[in-house]
Write a protein that binds this ligand. Structure first.
Ligand code: S3P
Length: 452
């Protein structure tokens, strides 16, 4: 029996992930399925809850974030069956019919839950809501959604001039607006479109760059009238549609696949096939970035399932080259930047990630945290105000790391540890449950089903 490469131990309420790769001979092989897309899972639950009739969701992500969304929706009268990946059944309440909850809505760690939900709640006239979450969520900026909603006539109060949760919302009849968002954020766009559902007339959002378009696709499938102008980067929704329950098939999350893509690239002689991955063009920035870095990835079995493109991704190890990543590509790979930083450590030459200041207000300050954790391992990585600069070609050594309550930091550090010399310990690794509850099992599966 070879020594275990992956161990997970409990330390109080936390979990410590210990990764001890062999000095040589580790290769990653096999096929992997990944959990459902987080963004699509949130939306399927929310839109199912406000539609009329029954919605069925297959492949829902069973992570903590969608659980927070389901929990809030149940507190407002939506009937949602027990969450499982086979099929979740929702009996929707119909547009405008969410009930006033008797307690504070708890969005946990989930920015998507609170920001999208605000758009829904603000339009529920004569009902009062309070929404909050964990310490990380209570420090994340909410003025980006409070501002357009207030323009629509919403009444919202919160800490620090209505910019931080807990937030209190007095539902009002809203008016349609055209909103020029200063940031390319799907959460802001979706919030305004959801508020527009209940406004009289057309609500338009114009973005500086295209962000993920799952809301538009799915709202249209539920019966909303949506028009998009990709040139102008604008999306318009007509108020007061009849939304009807649908069957949603959630594809695998490309943001979760990204960890295995990079793992297979950096661990020599590896080949992985990641099955059933959502490849919506507003999410495939990671494939473009890795292609620029000369990675060997092929897209196989491409098909459209329930309105979203899906494929298997075959990835083989190889030598990466440094690249510059910025501009309009950033919103299309925003959640993958921590793992791109790991890839860049093993690339030849310099990688610059810019235009990504948004990373500072995610579940953690991902610029500062990735720079500090990867530096501890010996990487040549420095912070920029809007990104990271990484000089590749170095070697990593195992050490003790912190996940800072951030699922993507925990998983990125774990992948870096596969290529480090010696043992790495990641404290707070339970954070992976936010978006990838089976992460440790998948990691074991690809590392330990082989002769070493
Ligand atoms: C999300 C949008 C992104 C992303 C987040 C999920 C969504 O945030 O980082 O993990 O589901 O709409 P922003 O829209 O704020 O960039």
């Amino acid at each position: 029996m070879p020594p275990s490469i992956i161990t997970v131990q409990s330390v109080g309420t936390q979990q410590q992930l210990v990764i001890n790769p062999p000095e040589q001979g580790l290769t990653l092989q096999g096929n992997l399925t990944i959990p459902g897309d987080k963004s699509i899972s949130h939306r399927a639950l929310m839109f199912g809850a406000i539609a009329l009739g029954e919605t069925r969701i297959q492949g829902l992500l069973l992570g903590e974030d969608p659980r927070s969304t389901a929990h809030c929706l149940r507190a407002m009268g939506a009937q949602i069956s027990e969450l499982n990946a086979q099929e979740v059944i929702i009996q929707g309440v119909g547009l405008g019919n969410l009930e006033e909850p008797s307690a504070v809505l708890d969005a946990g760690n989930s920015g998507t839950t609170v920001r999208l939900m605000l758009g829904l709640l603000a339009s529920h006239a004569s009902r009062f809501f309070v929404i909050s979450g964990d310490a990380s969520l209570r420090s994340r900026p909410m003025s980006r959604v409070v501002k357009p909603l207030t323009e629509m006539g919403a009444k919202i109060w919160g800490r620090q001039r209505n910019s931080l949760a807990p937030l209190a919302i007095q539902g009002e009849s809203l008016k349609a607006i055209t909103y020029h968002s200063p940031i390319a954020s799907a959460q802001v766009k979706s919030c305004v479109l959801l508020a527009g559902l209940m406004a009289e007339g057309n609500t338009t959002v114009v973005e500086p760059a295209l962000s993920r378009d799952h809301s538009e696709r799915m709202l249209e499938a539920f019966g909303a009238n949506i028009t998009t102008d990709p040139e102008a980067k604008s999306i318009t929704i007509e108020g007061k549609p009849t939304l009807k329950g649908q069957t949603i098939v959630v594809p695998g999350d490309i943001s979760s696949a990204a960890f295995w893509l990079v793992a297979a690239i950096i661990v020599p002689d590896s080949e992985l096939v990641i099955e059933n991955v959502g490849i919506n063009p507003t999410r495939t920035g990671i494939l473009e970035a890795l292609e620029r870095m000369e990675a060997d990835i092929t897209i196989e079995n491409k098909q459209i399932i329930a309105g979203e493109p899906v494929a298997d991704l075959r990835v083989r190890s190889g030598q990466l080259k440094g690249a510059e990543i910025g501009g309009d590509l950033i919103p299309r790979l925003i959640d993958e930047i921590p793992i791109i930083a790991v890839a860049a450590i093993f690339a030849q030459g310099k990688t610059i990630i810019k235009d990504a200041a948004e990373l500072r207000v995610k579940e953690s300050d991902r610029i500062a945290v990735m720079a500090s954790q990867l530096s501890k391992m010996g990487a040549n990585i420095t912070e920029r105000p809007d990104g990271l600069e990484i000089n590749g070609g170095g070697e990593l050594k195992g050490t003790e790391l912190e996940a800072y309550n951030d699922h993507r930091v925990a998983m990125s550090c774990a992948i870096a540890a596969l290529k480090a010399k010696g043992k790495t310990t990641i404290n707070g690794a339970e954070a992976v449950a936010i978006s990838y509850p089976d992460f440790f099992d998948s990691l074991r599966q690809i590392c330990e089903t082989q002769e070493i």
